[in-house]
Design a protein around this ligand. Sequence first.
Ligand code: ASP
Length: 344
Amino acid sequence: MTTTNAASVLLIYTGGTIGMQEDCNGALKPFDFDSLLQNVPELGKFAGRIDHHTFEPLIDSSDIEPSIWVNLAEIIREKYDEYDGFVILHGTDTMAYSASALSFMLENLGKPVIFTGSQLPIGRPRTDGRENLISSVEIASAKKPDGRARVPEVCICFDSHLLRGNRCIKSDAGTFNAFSSPNYPSLAEAGISIVYNDLLVRRTENAPFAINTSLDTRVSILKLHPGITPQVVRDIMLGSDTRAVIIETYGSGNAMSKEWFNAIIRQSAAMGKILVNVTQCAAGFVDMAIYANGRGLGQAGVISGHDMTTEAALGKLFFLMGQTDDNELVKRQLELDMRGELTL
Ligand code: ASP
């Protein structure tokens, strides 16, 4: 292990399995930050200064709300000039949602924001928490020879892989390899040393860092499945408090050809709702032109989500809708690559 530069890193501890221990009834409960750090004495070798901000109360990430994303964005803005990088300790269950949302909320990011956590608590034998945390701090500290950050992106670092946050899905609940990025290669791999794929990393924008905390969460998700009923589709597609619907379709963006279904889609589009087509497949992309069953959606005004994950589409919609009341503008922006979240 080598001692690296004297970078400063802020660890933001929100909760999750990494910092949990068993209570007297055997249930996992969060423990405090100092106890967590005691399990990783090597950390000091990677950064000159590691400070922490602990959420109160610590939460299981199943309880994450957009207000916590706002909180995270505000902490990063407040501390932006003070630190070289940020590591967010977060439960794995909703980490891909949080990393996606933050990637849109943080504008012109020039520093690493690395989400990590673990499948086993950090105090347990065989824990993955130590490696995940150490690699995350090393990556958050890494700089190019000119002094700029090596990975100025919102990422997830897990099981030796550094993945772009808005490309991730939690794909495994049972092994240490919990996250995958099916449509974009890893930005780095942590082996004996950390090998960066520099050409895949987004470039720093030459503009001041800013945060967007105005989010509009009126989004529903319709997951198609054989046997779905007209009433269920109607309830989701036409709901009065729904401004946008992510339609999780089959394969390359296909839906059933039944007339009742297409009529509801057309009615929803005519109401001005923003409709986005995202595939249920983990890998690959939406192309509504391939099959007749996809064309109906395109003709009704459904926007292609290309190869975006549902998590990225959700965060992007919250962010875009929070900026404007103009649904047509949101539709146009949805199809643009804003933070590396889709391949055009
Ligand atoms: N339920 C936990 C959480 O998401 C699971 C984990 O951290 O892995 O907070």
